[in-house]
Structures are given as C-alpha cells and as structure tokens.
Design a protein around this ligand. Sequence first.
Ligand SMILES: Nc1ncnc2c1ncn2[C@@H]1O[C@H](COP(=O)(O)OP(=O)(O)OP(=O)(O)O)[C@@H](O)[C@H]1O
Length: 374
Amino acid sequence: MSVSDVLNASARPAAIALRGIHKAYGRRTALDGLELDVAEGEFFCLLGPSGAGKTTTLKTVAGLEQPDSGTVELDGTDMAGVEPYDRGVAMCFESYALYPHRSAYDNLASPLRSPRHRLPASEARDRVGAIAELLGISALLDRPVGALSNGQRQRIALGRVLVRPARAFLLDEPLSHLDAKLRQSMRAELKAIGAVRRTTTLYVTHDSVEALALGDRIGVIRDGRIVQTGTREEIWYRPRDTEVARAFGRPRINLLPGTITDDGRFRAVDGAFDLPVAARTAAGTEVLAGVRPRDLALGGEGHELTGTVYVTEVLGRAVEVTVRLGAQHVSLVVPRADATHLRPDDPVRLTVRPENLLLFEADRPERPGRRIGQ
Ligand SMILES: Nc1ncnc2c1ncn2[C@@H]1O[C@H](COP(=O)(O)OP(=O)(O)OP(=O)(O)O)[C@@H](O)[C@H]1O
C-alpha cells in the first residue's frame, strides 16, 4: 500500500459536502454550481452580501430546498430523497419559528420532547437550564416568547438548536438582532459552548468581523458561488480578489490604481509615487496596489510614501488619518498619541512594509481584479 493509499484510507469524508449545487427560483439563480466542504467538528462561516445565496445553501443542506442539480452529502452519505427530519441537522433561521404563546422554557424544551430526542424530564430540565445559563436567558424561562424582545427571542431560537445533540448545526445570522455589546459577548461565548465545540457548525453571516472572530475557516460566497475558502489568515493576507479584500477590515483596504513600469515597479496613475513590488507582471499592466490602513505607519521602516494630511478622525483609541498622495487618498490607522499633532495640509512620510503590499489586476466591469503573485 502506498503512502497516499494509507492517507486516503484514513481520510474521513467531509461532514458536509456540497457538489455542483444549482438552484434557481424561477429565472433567478440562487446557487450557481456551489462547492463546499465542511470538516468534521469544524466551525465554518459562510460570509457574503445580501442575496448571495447563504440561506439557500443552509436550506439545501437541511433538505428544506431541493437543488435543481448537484449533490448534498452528510458524513459521506448522499442525502437525495432523505427528509429534513432524518438528516440529523439542527437549523436556526434568522426568521425564527418559535411558539409565541408558550413559555421560553417550553420552547427550549420542545425539541427534547420529540420522539427522536426524548429525554427523561429531569435530564431535559438540566440541559435547558445549562443552555439558558450560557445564553443569559435563565431569568426569562417562565415568560411567553411573544412578550420578549427580538434579541431575547433570537437567543431562545439559538438555544432551541443547541439543546439537542445533532450531527451538524446550521445557524443563519443567529446574533443579528442583538445589540453590539451583547453580540460581542455572545460571539465570544458561542464557540466555548461544549456542544458547539464538538459539533460541525455551518454559520451564515454578512458580518466580516463575526466571520473572522468565529470561523475555523471562512467561505466567501458571491452570486451563488464560493469565491474563496480559507482560514482567517489566508483570507486576510491572501485575498483572492479585490472584492474579498474589500469585504474584510474597517476602514477598508486602500486600493490605489496604477501601472507596472518597465523596471517592474508600481507607478500611481497620476505618477505621484512609485513602489517596488515583488510580484512579476508585464510592464504596462493596469493594477491596483492594496494596503490595509493598519499596515501603513507614520515614519518607521519600509517603502516610503510622502503626502499631506487631508483629514483625521478619532476611532476610540486610534485615529484614522486620510493622506493625500498626489490625486489619490489613502487612509491609515495609527495610535492616537501619534496623530495628536497632525493638522490638515501637514506634510507626512508614510511607510509600508513590503510584505504588507498586495497587488491586484485592475477591476473590470465583469469581475473584480484578481490578486497577482503567490
Ligand atoms: N423562495 C424564494 N423565491 C424566490 N427567490 C428566492 C427565494 N429564496 C431566495 N430567493 C432568491 O435567491 C437569491 C439568494 O437568496 P438567499 O436568501 O439565499 O440569499 P442570502 O445570501 O441568504 O441573503 P440575505 O443575507 O439577504 O439573507 C436571492 O436573489 C433571493 O432573492
């Protein structure tokens, strides 16, 4: 037996595998050949803008939508013809279906009363109690769900999913109705919940901060296709194209238009500055040089750029400084202490470390510019 045979023999099938999924609603294509693999026990975030096909993907895994073509496999078994109830997945919708007249406790406990998952009453009580505690809803258990706020209801909907064992959790924007502070603390706690740590989770969000915080891996979906899958480092440092680069990080990445010179440098479109670039590409190619605001510094080591201050804006402990470089503007984020003395029109010297400089093809009407280089 060869080494690869041994490796293949021991490789387990992905917990969730979608192959070439097409799904249209009338003339509208929701999923366009979608491919997705989520590994056993992985927390996978699916990130994309509204209408990209995120919810349709989850419903397809759950069996609530049938693909027009393509296959859904769970733990290596084709789910064609398998009813949602028999797939062993637990799904939480953004538009959650709760029983409004019943208490929060009853809503949380009802999955444990179904014939499949029936637990002795005392065990069910313990599980509901533990989940309610983790989600900070213990004090609400006697209240009818109809009398609760959207954020409270959302936590109950999430609790209903997490309360029973499942092969996979499918979560559709489960924190979207929480205020910013609660969302942040729930985000931190969600992954610590034992059931979530142990269970394969496919988590839909349009919030890149959430995806970066939660995802073991992230899949970026656009127009019904996955455009890039990777760890947060891969997505952040090696975005596939300008749209993925723009989707992560606030303030947004600076994308400066220019061309490649005969000696292989980047020259800004108005000739205001040059930068050495490592990636090889033909002279005359129209490109975008990408640098994230936190990767530009005032002074320090690296490639240099000189410009003048345009405007400064306080972002809590940091300051966003917008600098004019010829006809272009770049933004950088610096500690507040470094920016207190800056006034509009002051000359400044910026630096960027070569490893933080990305290069992309110019955007075209039909597609965003791809990253150039390794
Ligand atoms: N039941 C439906 N009937 C008709 N069109 C639908 C239906 N469900 C989804 N679509 C369309 O399919 C596309 C993908 O929708 P989907 O809900 O999967 O996107 P999404 O990424 O989850 O968006 P959002 O973040 O707004 O929830 C959209 O263009 C949507 O209008």
